[in-house]
Design a protein around this ligand. Structure first.
Ligand SMILES: *[C@@H]1O[C@H](CO)[C@@H](O)[C@H](O)[C@H]1NC(C)=O
Ligand SMILES: *[C@@H]1O[C@H](CO)[C@@H](O)[C@H](O)[C@H]1NC(C)=O
Ligand SMILES: *[C@@H]1O[C@H](CO)[C@@H](O)[C@H](O)[C@H]1NC(C)=O
Length: 310
């Protein structure tokens, strides 16, 4: 009996040590430079890079920044303003990194277009989970999301599939969630993500109700809070044509129950000259950049203001 309980105590101690070593592995990386998180694994092969600013407040926010096609996490880290903004405002930035040849995200498979479906969207959701575990002091009510082009498409997909994770999202030059879905959707994210030219050319015009239903069906039965959305698009975009702006606005107005034909305000030359910002309600605004192509340049400070991070 005695030796058995001894063994039990010894086992507990070993388990404790194991747990401690696992925790040590999931700690945030050293501050001040971009780091790949080698021990992160998600349902797909997407990998995770993290930037921790030198001065981290006691309960920091988290921003997830999703790259474009032909992009990658280190490149996105260098080409976007979020590192400097993280240094100035003290939040963690997570940069998901695509494993697909071509560097796009899967925004069209059945797996990725479903909450818990095990596609690339689930991998990025798991990255948020990784940060919250590695640094439990992270403020989970202040997790934000942004992306450009393919990353913008993924931002809309994540807002629909994992609305419970994000407080707000900024979409630079994307398409509505589900616009790239295939007639016979491929089953998993592992296959090369197909390009959908009907959608990219702005030929998928649908009703508010239909777009909203597509987004809601990605997480059936969900009735909790959803991220505030800011949709940005350029008027001379030739890669993801301008009609995708209104279609995305229609989708989210339908989800939030706003009348997209009756915006509550339109501000010209906001946030900069030649752009206009339209609001449909507290959770949805659009920025129309009439003279910009693909993609609209980042507006880091305006993003901060929208997130409430400034
Ligand atoms: C693009 O996606 C739509 C669904 O939004 C689908 O109906 C259409 O067939 C797809 N087009 C291509 C070229 O795959
Ligand atoms: C992940 O990569 C491994 C090794 O290259 C491959 O065998 C596997 O099919 C990939 N999984 C997915 C979901 O892409
Ligand atoms: C979006 O819809 C508004 C209102 O109907 C219209 O004035 C505008 O031209 C549309 N924009 C695009 C890019 O289709």
């Amino acid at each position: 009996m005695r030796s058995l309980s001894f063994l039990f105590v010894a086992l507990l101690a070993t388990a404790g040590a194991l747990e401690a070593s696992q925790e040590a592995e999931t700690a945030l990386p050293a501050p001040g430079s971009l780091q790949q998180i080698k021990d992160f694994t998600g349902p797909t092969n997407a990998s995770l890079y993290i930037y921790v600013p030198p001065k981290l407040p006691p309960s920091p926010a988290l921003l997830v920044a999703v790259h474009h096609c032909a992009g990658n996490a280190p490149g996105f880290f260098r080409s976007t303003p979020y590192k400097a903004l993280a240094d100035a405002h003290g939040f963690i930035v997570a940069y998901p990194h695509s494993y697909h040849s071509g560097g796009c995200w899967d925004v069209s498979s059945r797996a990725t277009l479903k909450h818990g479906g095990g596609g690339d969207s689930a991998s990025i959701a798991a990255m948020v989970g990784w940060v919250l575990k590695a640094h439990p002091a992270t403020d989970k009510s202040r997790v934000y999301l942004t992306g450009t082009s393919s990353g913008a498409m993924m931002t809309n997909v994540l807002a629909a599939t994992y609305p419970e994770l994000f407080a707000a999202a900024v979409v630079y030059s994307g398409v509505p969630a589900g616009c790239f879905s295939m007639p016979v959707a491929t089953a998993s994210s592992a296959e090369a993500p197909p390009w959908n030219s009907t959608c990219s050319q702005g030929k998928l015009i649908s009703s508010v109700q239909h777009w909203a239903q597509i987004a809601k069906d990605m997480y059936p039965g969900y009735s909790g809070p959803r991220p505030r959305m800011r949709i940005i698009h350029g008027g001379t975009d030739t890669a993801l044509l301008p009609p995708n702006y209104n279609e995305t606005i229609k989708q989210w107005s339908g989800v939030f129950g706003y009348d997209w034909t009756k915006p509550v305000s339109v501000k010209q030359d906001t946030p900069k000259h030649g752009y206009s910002t339209t609001s449909w309600g507290p959770k949805l605004e659009g920025v129309w950049a009439a003279k910009e192509g693909h993609t609209v340049p980042y507006m880091g400070e305006a993003d901060m203001k929208f997130f409430g991070l400034g």
